[in-house]
Design a protein around this ligand. Structure first.
Ligand SMILES: Nc1ncnc2c1ncn2[C@@H]1O[C@H](COP(=O)(O)OP(=O)(O)OP(=O)(O)O)[C@@H](O)[C@H]1O
Length: 976
């Protein structure tokens, strides 16, 4: 309903506007005719009838057109004078006809003569007459402006139907500099030229313009006053348009119609200019735009073609990708394989090996590197002997000549970072001289100022980053830097390096360290930088034919990291960053004098390193760590529980092929070394407390053992003295004194005290005087004793303190002897027990097999006793041992075989040897005689029979039943 009302209202308004506009146009036409021919009886606002009636005779029209174009209507039938007969309608028709011909000649819109008939005043007919008059008006104005008769234009009602609009394309004043010119868009070609040349944009613009004008008229009408109608219509429309076009929303329209118009819209009163030159300019502009459009079209076509070809290419690529997908899958599989292989190596604890190829320094050289695979393989060939077979090596990673320091560090980062988790890590740079070891570890030319920093600096920097990021753990980082120059260890962080020759000491865990080397705490990367610069400055280097700045020493940067978290858990680890001196062929390095000496030392120590690697790779029982200072210091990394990475460096020059091959072989061998799974040196608070308890208990136990053994010795001394006197008081009686024991229970019946009032004691010598001299008291070394023999020895009375500083061996199958504390040892010595060299009765030690750790030790005291007190003590020891073993040695399992290998000190003594030396036998007999009072048995008697006092035959029977132990003679010989 509301919509209908709105529509009817709108229609009503529109009709009313139309009427008003028609009236306004009539007024314009009438006003102009009046101005041309003088008053002819029309009012200012004539009605349609009035207007038509005034013009019906054609006289005014003919006069007006003759004013514009004189003589165009040569004969005008005028009104007859009042006294004469009035002119006929036919005569007037003549006027109209002549007028219309003249109008058509001027190419102005015309009308039909019948339009002036009374009866034909239908809608539109009067409008045509008005339009015709107004077009004459426009024509006349234009003529005034240009002085010539330009293209005929006329103003037409914007409300005229679109079909009636005929635009003469060449007359379109596109881009007129005045708003009025926009009106020219409505020009009609008098000859009815079609609007075929007008583009859709133009039509759209015209439509918009019509709407604008209509809106303006309506708004003007709403504020209509008489002054508006008095204004010059052109000025009026100009004003309207300029006002409207200033509005933002019409700017695009203005641009559309005329780019120039937009710039000049503020000149509302400017008259329409229709110069040919302007039109030509516009035409040229249009042409230019057209050609531009054509160009764009061509471009568009080209882009289309390109797009199609790209599409085809894309399709091809996709098809190709199908093939490369397989290749991608293969690469993926190779990568996964490598990861798995690396994991396996990690589990085994293999020494990881990366290989870095230095860029070719001499452009004339031919490279010996034939191929570098992304699976860590490398193929080399002697370029000067191409017929030789190619060699292929496989490593964990290969870095080509273009690899940057950052890339290398990224690959090692995870390893280095594990230091913060309590793992010991060692990174070794190995390779021939000039192959880039120092470049990798310390940066280019050993300098630290460059951006291309080496692993040493980046590693420490990274450790600091981690330490600051882990807020719950407090880290203490300390740095040591030493070099091994000419087989001497020198402190690089000490101001005077020449005077600081360091001694390598073995520590409680069997490894070597440098307690005297300066340990510098570092708080920040800048501290590290300062220290490294100092170390670099002090490091021995010199020019050789192979390298201008050749390192003449092995440098070892050790970073000690101690961490403690908020719950008291501690970790302790160290990172060794080793830049080895390069192996060199002295003929190539042209080393002489000091350089030659240095080269010899370097090559020797590297050869020792090679021996150690080979021994480890072959799982030899003996690893020759002690052969050089370098291998001693690297023992913990090569044979301990560290994660070790070797960075093998090679020079690609063909001239260095032999060295390259040697480096690759060495690295390959190193990669086969299995260290076992690395363990973190971490302890929880509980474990630490337990360990401390164990330590305290061990100390207490050792003290007790010492006290007890002292008491026993004293007791034994007294007893043996008494025994000496015994033969005089007690009649001699046969007595079995030897307690055969591969098991102690055999010798003593449980619950039954031994028959002898004296506990059998033997003192077990350690393995020869040479070894004994090396022994030291250090830590808690253990000795396992498998099987033991208990013998009552009469010599105890003779030589009661013959072997006091030896091990006290119990009858347990496996007994641990604890080292005495130094003060205990001194007491022990002072008490006169240190009579190591005076043991006459080695043959009495039977079936004692001793396995000891590599660490040599003095003052090991073993005690053999069958007493129940000793048994209880051994039980206590065993339980503590097992708990200590679980706590401590669980993580040291890896060290055990190596330590054992390092000092193959398995010594088997079998005292059950009848082939004992005559000295031992005599001594035994003497002891037995003194103990029992019996005469010495015949030499043909077996030991058992003699002890048992049995006949020869019985003894021989026994002998048959119990054959002597194997190798006894040989082992006895060892002891002699
Ligand atoms: N990856 C590399 N990129 C660019 N230059 C390198 C690279 N590796 C080494 N160099 C350059 O090669 C030369 C020798 O390198 P560097 O001194 O590190 O060898 P080196 O193996 O430590 O030798 P030496 O054992 O004699 O000390 C230096 O000038 C170094 O800058």
């Amino acid at each position: 309903m509301a919509e209908a009302r709105r529509v009817s209202f709108r229609d009503g308004r529109f009709a009313s506007r139309k009427t008003e506009e028609a009236a306004w146009r009539r007024h314009q036409a009438a006003a102009w005719l009046e101005s041309m021919v003088g008053p002819f009886g029309l009012t200012h606002c004539p009605s349609e009838q009035e207007f038509v009636a005034a013009l019906r005779n054609g006289i005014v029209l003919c006069k007006a057109i003759n004013k514009i174009q004189p003589g165009v209507v040569p004969k005008v039938v005028a009104n007859a004078p009042c006294d004469s007969q009035p002119s006929t309608a036919f005569q007037y028709f003549e006027n109209i006809r002549n007028f219309l011909v003249a109008v058509q000649a001027l190419k102005l819109p015309s009308f039909e003569a019948s339009d002036l008939e009374k009866d034909n005043l239908d809608a539109g007919s009067v409008g045509k007459i008005v339009d015709c008059v107004n077009s004459l008006k426009s024509y006349q104005e234009r003529k005034k402006c240009s002085g010539t008769y330009g293209p005929v234009k006329y103003m037409k009602s914007p409300l005229a139907p679109r079909s009636a609009i005929h635009v003469q394309s060449e007359n379109v004043t596109l881009g007129s500099s005045t708003p009025q010119k926009c009106l020219d868009l409505t020009e009609i070609d008098a000859e009815g030229q079609s609007s075929q040349n007008v583009g859709p944009n133009m039509e759209e613009a015209i439509g918009k313009l019509q709407r604008i004008i209509l809106d303006c008229m309506i708004s003007c009408k709403e504020n209509l006053n008489q002054d508006v109608l008095k204004k010059d219509p052109v000025t009026l429309v100009g004003t309207i348009l300029s006002n409207q076009l200033e509005k933002e929303q019409f700017k695009p329209l203005l641009q559309l119609i005329s780019p120039e118009g937009a710039a000049t819209k503020n000149e509302p009163n400017q008259h329409i200019e229709c110069s040919n030159s302007q039109n030509e300019n516009r035409l040229r502009l249009l042409e230019a735009q057209e050609s531009e459009l054509l160009e764009l079209k061509t471009m568009f076509q080209e882009v289309k073609v390109d797009f199609r070809s790209l599409q085809t290419q894309f399709q091809d690529d996709i098809t190709e990708l199908g093939i490369s997908k397989a290749a991608l899958g293969y690469n993926q599989a190779v990568k996964e394989n490598r990861n798995l292989y690396n994991m396996l190596q990690e589990v085994r604890g293999n020494i990881r090996v990366f290989c870095r190829i230095r860029p070719l320094m001499n452009s004339k050289s031919i490279s010996s590197i034939e191929h570098v695979g992304n699976d860590g393989s490398i193929m080399v060939c002697d370029p000067y002997k191409p017929q030789t077979t190619r060699k292929i090596f496989q490593f964990n990673q290969i870095f080509g000549p273009t690899t940057t320091q950052d890339e290398i560090y990224r690959e090692t980062q995870s390893l280095i970072r594990s230091v913060m988790d309590g793992y010991n890590v060692c990174i070794l740079a190995y390779g021939q001289t000039g192959s880039g070891k120092t470049h990798t570890m310390c940066g280019p030319s050993g300098g630290l100022s460059s951006n291309d920093l080496g692993i040493n600096y980046m590693a420490l920097n990274d450790l600091f980053t981690i330490s600051t990021s882990r807020e719950d753990v407090k880290y203490d980082i300390r740095v040591q830097m030493v070099e091994i120059y000419n087989e001497q260890v020198r402190d690089l962080l000490s101001e005077d390096t020449s005077s600081t020759k360091l001694d390598i000491r073995s520590s409680s865990n069997g490894l070597f360290n440098l307690p005297d080397a300066k340990m510098c705490p570092v708080q920040s990367p800048s501290d590290v930088m300062t220290l490294m610069l100092l170390g670099e400055k002090h490091r021995a280097s010199g020019p050789t034919a192979m390298n201008n700045r050749s390192s003449r020493s092995h440098s070892i940067l050790t970073v000690h990291v101690n961490g403690k978290d908020i719950s008291g858990n501690v970790s302790c680890s160290c990172l060794h960053l080793v830049d080895l001196a390069g192996s060199e062929r002295v003929d190539r390095s042209e080393a002489t004098g000091d350089r030659l000496k240095e080269a010899q030392h370097i090559n020797k120590s590297l050869s020792c390193l090679g021996d150690v690697i080979t021994a480890l790779a072959q799982k030899n029982s003996h690893i020759p760590y002690r052969n050089s200072k370098l291998t001693q210091l690297l023992q913990s990394s090569l044979g301990g529980n560290a994660k070790t990475l070797m960075l093998a460096h090679i020079s690609p020059e063909g001239e260095s092929y032999v060295e390259t091959l040697s480096t690759l072989k060495f690295a390959q061998r190193a990669s086969t070394v299995e260290l076992g799974t690395a363990h973190a040196n971490k302890e929880s608070n509980d474990i630490r407390e337990l360990k401390e308890q164990v330590e305290t208990l061990k100390k207490a136990l050792a003290t007790k053992e010492f006290e007890r053994s002292s008491l026993k010795l004293k007791e034994n001394t007294v007893t043996s003295e008494r025994t000496k006197q015994l033969p005089q008081r007690t009649p001699p009686r046969p007595r079995r004194l030897s307690l055969e024991t591969t098991s102690s229970e055999k010798g003593s019946i449980p619950g039954k005290p031994p028959k002898s009032p004296v506990s059998a004691m033997t003192f077990n010598r350690d393995h020869g005087t040479a070894r004994d001299k090396e022994c030291r008291i250090d830590g808690f070394n253990r000795t396992k004793i498998h099987g033991s023999v208990i013998q009552m020895s009469p010599t105890l009375s003779e030589e009661p303190v013959g072997h006091e500083n030896e091990k006290i061996v119990t009858t347990d199958d496996m007994v641990t002897s604890y080292q005495l504390p130094p003060d205990g040892y001194n007491q022990y010595k002072q008490s006169g027990l240190d009579t190591l060299q005076r043991t006459p009765c080695r043959s009495r030690y039977m079936g004692v097999q001793v396995s000891q750790t590599e660490e040599p030790s003095d003052a090991k005291l073993d005690k053999t006793t069958t007493s129940s007190v000793a048994k209880r003590g051994s039980h206590l020891r065993r339980s503590i041992q097992s708990s200590i073993g679980k706590l401590i040695h669980g993580s040291e399992r890896r060290n055990t075989p190596h330590s054992a290998q390092a000092t193959p000190a398995k010594i088997t003594t079998n005292a059950n040897n009848d082939g004992a030396s005559p000295i031992t036998t005599n001594a035994r007999l003497r002891r037995r005689q003194s103990l029992t009072g019996l005469p010495p048995p015949s030499t043909t008697m077996s030991r058992r029979s003699s002890l048992g006092g049995k006949s020869d035959s019985s003894s021989s029977d026994r002998k048959a039943k119990t054959p002597p132990l194997m190798n006894s003679a040989a082992k006895a010989k060892r002891w002699l």
